[in-house]
Design a protein around this ligand. Structure first.
Ligand SMILES: Nc1ncnc2c1ncn2[C@@H]1O[C@H](COP(=O)(O)OP(=O)(O)OP(=O)(O)O)[C@@H](O)[C@H]1O
Ligand SMILES: [Mg+2]
Length: 501
């Protein structure tokens, strides 16, 4: 190992939270001009290792080397000052500040004694355009979409002139196209000699952009190898400890054509226009389309999170839904794509988070703690939620385990219709397989499921039927064997018809 090319290394890093040990003697070296991928199942310890490397948390034992010298980061600001920057898995932006204020937070440009507002604005604008986004630097962060927030995080890291840039699942919330833009930036930084560490559950992506890959399992180092020496299947096997080649279950055959949900002429002002579709019993209906095509807005309109006009019938009866509570009364459940924004109370423990929506069932005069505890027990086993300790605050669960908890919470009201927006975002490949099989079992048991996903493979692998949206309208419907990447893309891009044979 050449000492002088090493940028940042962790040596025998262990980390415990109270009695729970999360990392066991990890050695990891990040080299200048190298993209290093860190992969592992949900809860394997990736985020924790990254936080230790970037000064957010001290190791319980072990130490860090910066350019071969022992270093102790007093906090993240100290690490940033030394050129080591982390982009968090769950965003770390000040929601009530503007985009440009966030980008320069703690690094404000000065013009004499005053803040150089013009300079910060111009630089922000330049960075955002390099990242190929249309974000206005004066916008409030709170008003941005999830991928937009990710781009702001990246711009924020770029102004910090990182020598070591650590990114925790940067592409989890990005579309393929947005990810491409990010990869260009990563490649540019790599060529400039930045050492990059990043995690992703998208193993194809790891294969194509990383030079080196390290696998963690249950807090232990499994292997570090050049990416060229490891296939995607091998990566998965190292992560999970078993073969995961059959990701999707065999699709069920629909028993009948009974319609459980009928949506007609649904519009969400400015976002969704005249959407009509029907959902059958036992059906998995996919919604595909580019980000911004209105899929999420349509579902939010449907479940009462946005104002919407149009008609909704459940089992033939017209209904009105003005809130999630109304929706759940009609046994319709919605799993949001933005778990931090709407889904979970991060400061609370798992149990109240789980039972919040279905609270009526647990309150008979007093909150029925025994029943709640039983529900939690079942959720943990059904969804394989991995927490060192069940009294942990939900904000301290690993990202993927938060997603599993959200899924468990959604199912607790025993819905007949489930709408899931991005079911496996941030979920490891082994758990993905479990979630797909769960969705399949739901459908086989006579429930109906709507799946929105930006992962094409997911929509294709799961759905009996796919609706394609573009610019707020449903522009195509595909069924059975006609469901395929090409046909979906053709509709989503507005090429259907012109390109049809
Ligand atoms: N502050 C904390 N207190 C208690 N436990 C914690 C804390 N932070 C992390 N953990 C635990 O450490 C373990 C590893 O979590 P970590 O977030 O590092 O996993 P991960 O590999 O990033 O997973 P994912 O792919 O789901 O993001 C988990 O069991 C988590 O609950
Ligand atoms: Mg993580």
């Amino acid at each position: 190992m050449e000492e002088n090319s090493a940028s940042l290394a962790g040596v025998a890093v262990s980390k415990s939270f109270g009695p729970v040990q999360v990392l066991y003697g990890i050695d990891l070296t990040l080299r200048s001009g190298e993209v290093h991928a860190l992969i592992g199942e949900n809860g394997a310890g990736k985020s924790t290792l990254m936080k230790v490397l970037c000064g957010y948390q001290g190791p319980t034992s072990g130490h860090l080397l910066l350019d071969g010298q022992r270093v102790v980061f007093h906090d993240s600001a100290d690490a940033e000052h030394k050129g080591v920057v982390l982009i968090h898995q769950e965003f770390n932006l000040a929601e009530q500040l503007s985009v440009e204020a966030n980008i320069f937070l703690g690094r404000e440009m000065q013009a004499g004694a005053l803040l150089d507002r013009r300079g910060m604005h111009d630089r922000s604008l330049q960075l955002l355009r390099e990242l190929e986004t249309e974000i206005d630097p004066r916008q409030l962060v709170a008003d941005l979409s999830v991928p937009e927030k990710q781009m702001v995080e990246i711009a924020k890291a770029l102004v910090r002139d990182a020598r070591v840039l650590v990114m925790d699942e940067p592409t989890a919330v990005l579309t393929a196209k947005e990810s491409e833009v990010l990869f260009k930036q990563i490649e540019r930084l790599r060529q400039q000699g930045v050492a990059i560490l990043y995690t992703s559950h998208k193993l194809d992506e790891v294969k194509s952009i990383a030079n080196v890959v390290t696998v963690l399992r249950d807090g232990r180092h499994v292997i570090t190898a050049p990416v060229s020496d490891m296939s995607v299947d091998q990566m998965a096997t190292h992560m999970v400890g078993r073969d995961v080649s059959d990701l999707f279950p065999q699709k069920s055959v629909l028993a009948g054509s009974e319609i459980v949900l009928e949506v007609e002429h649904l519009s969400v002002p400015g976002r969704v226009f005249d959407a009509s579709f029907a959902l059958r019993r036992g059906e998995i209906l996919g919604f595909a389309g580019l980000v911004g095509s209105g899929r999420t807005e349509l579902m939010e309109g449907l479940v009462g999170l946005r104002h919407a006009d149009g008609s909704i019938k459940i089992n033939g009866a017209p209904i009105r839904i003005r809130s999630l509570r109304d929706a759940s009364r009609h046994r319709l459940a919605y799993l949001t794509e933005d778990r931090k924004g709407h889904g979970l109370l991060l400061n609370m423990r798992m149990r109240p988070n789980l039972t919040l929506l279905g609270l009526d069932r647990f309150v008979h005069g007093l909150i029925d703690e025994k029943a709640e505890e039983k529900a939690l027990e079942k959720a943990i086993s059904d969804f394989d939620i991995r927490a060192g300790d069940r009294t942990v605050r939900v904000g301290n669960l690993s990202g993927g385990n938060q997603q599993k908890l959200l899924l468990a919470k959604t199912m607790l009201v025993e819905p007949d219709i489930v709408i899931i927006d991005e079911p496996t975002r941030g979920i490891d490949i082994g758990t993905k397989q479990q979630i797909y099989s769960f969705i399949d079992r739901l459908a086989r048991s006579g429930k109906s499921v709507i799946v929105i996903s930006s992962e094409m493979a997911e929509v294709i692998g799961l759905s009996h039927r796919v609706m394609v949206m573009k610019a707020g309208r449903i522009v195509g419907e595909l069924e059975g064997r006609d469901i395929g990447e090409e046909s979906i893309v053709r509709y989503a891009m507005g090429l259907a018809g012109s390109a049809a044979a």
